[in-house]
Design a protein around this ligand. Structure first.
Ligand SMILES: [Zn+2]
Length: 287
């Protein structure tokens, strides 16, 4: 896959799934208690400084685990080194996992039945999502409100120092300074650029300004509720069943012949009758 993506899609960023990296680590250390939070801190670091701090913490926990992780090139699976172009902070391909589990039952079916089952699953899901999106009030999707709420918990640790021209230095826990540029819409922590949703440092700057709301600084319109609703405007149509299919006039396809079953072979009728006769003869002699 690595070679194929590099050759065929040279300009596309290829990320590794952090969940799979973690799974491989667990296999390398069966029975060993791996602290999840240390590993996920590495994957979910938004910038290189946080990433190196997280890897150091893992090293202090266990040198062997640290070396095993380093051999997997974890930079490909950490937000700290992801490009902000796609504005996606996902570190795992959980959505593929969810899809595979959802269609698990259908995968065992013959082709037509499998496709029909998956299509119906899609119809049910789309309808559910359509209703959910239509019911949602607010300019942006719930993810925006949730992220802002989580970041707001850290506002009490931040302090803003204005530098002029809408530039700011935001101190978190007094010592850690973050450069915020409201014109370029960037913060040194990289969270704003990578997610499009203001980070705690930017939220603090916004809080200083009159009549401004955090939602006004969401960078991308694909978080808009109207976009979410529009996604489900195009509906899939129902499909008529086999009963309505037009006869083609061609010979009907038949299943392939069954392979002979392994194990004990069935006795042919003739030889079975011979054996029965022999048995009867023996029992008469005994009488
Ligand atoms: Zn920030």
């Amino acid at each position: 896959m690595l070679i194929a993506v590099e050759q065929e899609l040279p300009k596309v960023e290829h990320r590794m799934c952090a969940r799979h990296i973690y799974g491989n680590l667990r296999r390398a250390y069966p029975g060993k208690e791996l602290p999840k939070h240390l590993f996920w801190a590495v994957a979910k670091s938004f910038n290189a400084v946080d990433y190196y701090k997280a890897t150091e913490d893992l090293k202090k926990f266990d040198q062997g685990v640290y070396e095993a992780l380093m051999s997997k090139n974890p930079e490909n699976g950490s937000r700290a080194f992801f490009s902000c172009t796609s504005v996606c902070e996902d570190v795992s391909n959980n959505f593929s996992g969810s899809y595979n589990i959802t269609i698990n039952k259908a995968r065992e079916m013959p082709l037509v039945a499998m496709l029909k089952t998956i299509r119906r699953q899609c119809l049910i899901r789309n309808e559910m999502r359509r209703k959910k999106a239509a019911k949602h009030k607010g300019k942006y999707t719930p993810k925006v409100a949730k992220t802002i709420k989580e970041e707001q918990r850290y506002l009490k640790y931040c302090q803003v120092i204005p530098c002029g021209n809408d530039h700011y230095e935001v101190a978190e826990h007094v010592h850690h300074g973050f450069r915020v540029d409201m014109n370029a819409k960037t913060c040194a922590c990289r969270r704003w650029s990578m997610t499009g949703i203001p980070c705690r440092h930017v939220l603090h700057v916004i809080g200083m300004k009159n009549n401004l709301k955090p939602e006004d600084f969401v960078n991308f319109d694909w978080y808009l509720t109207s976009r979410w609703v529009a996604q489900y405007n195009e509906t899939m149509r129902g499909v008529n069943g086999m009963y309505f299919w037009r006869k083609s006039g061609e010979t009907e396809l038949q299943p392939p012949p069954r392979e002979p079953t392994k194990g004990r072979k069935k006795i042919q009728n003739e030889s079975r009758a011979k054996m029965n006769l022999q048995r009867k003869g023996k029992s008469k002699q005994r009488m």
